[in-house]
Design a protein around this ligand. Structure first.
Ligand SMILES: O=C(O)c1ccc[n+]([C@@H]2O[C@H](COP(=O)([O-])O)[C@@H](O)[C@H]2O)c1
Ligand SMILES: Cc1cc2nc[nH]c2cc1C
Length: 350
């Protein structure tokens, strides 16, 4: 386990007091500089080197009519990521982050060649199985499959660290995964599904009522099957990409690399990782508050407050990538501003 570097945090806090501005006037930008100092082990951290990894997988529960889109969209969007046409391709470029996509269980075949010579997105095909089982009726996956997906995520985090990345961002693509994420949040926090289940990709109120009952049925079935600890729940009502994300976050924390969370599904995966090992929580930063109903509840269970509230509900790491320029700016201000002494500016009146 990695500990926070409190001496570096103190050095950063002291520097913030010396920079040519009233103390506290840069608000959360100051907090961010201190947050990164404690985790990057320097009182004046350099530029962030972010890596984005999107885990993609399908969900058997899509057959219950819980999404506004057909399951084939998962594989079609993977092709879009590889061709460079998705929101995350643009956001990753703007945020100067590398982008990789890992197929941990996409069920439908890719109907085009997946290699685009001009594309910069790396692609790894490591399907654990062709989508999960329908979590309303059966375990989403076996414990063994769940562990495999978790380890794929953990290996991705290790590779990020080996490549010198100092900020890890996990994203996901999986039609129907807001159903699995909602079920996990309810299972791990005791919340009522009616307060967590949202509209996902854009279902209507009637479909949402049905989605609530699908989650209720899944929770009752899994409880009956003996689910107790976070790993049990992850296998029973989670998803392959959610398990990979939970492994990715756990390993990032174990390696002492900070993590930037995305939206509802990403945060549900982080909740699993934290309930599995509470020390993971120290390494998590929340990028934004998703429109998805239960996201704020999940964030508050993790003790996190989101930086932005932009009504996003896209997933695929988009909200996390969006805040990268803000984070780089916070660290640049912290590094590059003059102190009162350097600039010959008088401090506060005595
Ligand atoms: O990240 C979020 O907050 C978020 C909220 C709603 C939907 N999504 C994305 O939409 C898909 C899941 O929505 P659904 O309706 O199919 O469950 C999945 O690919 C997610 O990336 C993501
Ligand atoms: C088009 C589309 C793009 C997405 N990106 C992440 N989840 C998504 C879901 C849909 C439906």
């Amino acid at each position: 386990m990695h500990f926070l570097d409190l001496a570096s945090a103190d050095a950063a806090r002291a520097r913030q007091q010396q920079l040519t501005k009233p103390p506290g006037s840069l608000g959360k930008l100051e907090d961010l500089a201190i947050w990164f100092a404690a985790r990057l082990g320097s009182g004046t951290p350099g530029r962030l080197k972010p890596a984005i990894v999107i885990f993609a997988a399908d969900h058997g529960v899509a057959s219950e009519g819980v999404s506004a889109y057909p399951a084939e969209v998962t594989s079609q969007m993977v092709l879009n990521f590889l061709a460079g046409g998705a929101a995350i391709n643009v956001l990753a470029r703007e945020g100067q982050a590398t982008l990789a996509v890992v197929d941990v269980g996409v069920a439908t075949d890719y109907l085009q060649p997946v290699i685009d010579p001009g594309a910069t997105t790396r692609f790894f095909r490591m399907p654990v199985r062709a989508g999960t089982g329908n979590l309303r009726r059966e375990a989403a996956m076996s414990r063994d499959e769940c562990r495999k997906a978790w380890h794929i995520g953990a290996a991705a985090a290790r590779q990020g660290q080996e490549r010198g990345k100092n900020l890890l961002i996990g994203g996901e693509m999986g039609i129907a995964n807001t159903t699995a994420a909602a079920a996990l949040i309810c299972a791990l926090t005791g919340a009522d599904p009616a307060e967590i289940v949202g509209l996902g990709t854009g279902i209507d109120a009637v479909a949402r009522e049905h989605k609530v009952s699908v989650v209720r049925d899944a929770l009752a079935r899994a409880r009956e099957a003996g689910a107790q600890n976070p790993m049990d729940w992850l296998a029973e009502v989670g998803g392959l990409e959610i398990a990979a994300l939970a492994g990715f976050y756990s390993e990032a924390a174990a390696l002492g690399v900070p993590v930037l969370l995305d939206g509802f599904i990403s945060t549900a995966a982080a909740l699993v990782a934290v309930r599995h090992d509470s020390s993971v929580g120290d390494w998590l930063l929340a990028s934004h508050a998703s429109q998805e109903l239960g996201h704020r509840h999940c964030l508050s269970e993790l003790g996190l407050s989101p930086l932005l509230d932009f009504n996003l509900r896209l997933g695929e790491a988009s909200g996390a990538a969006l805040v990268l320029p803000l984070l780089q700016t916070a660290l640049a201000l912290h590094r590059d501003m003059a102190t009162f002494a350097e600039a010959g500016v008088a401090g506060p009146a005595a």
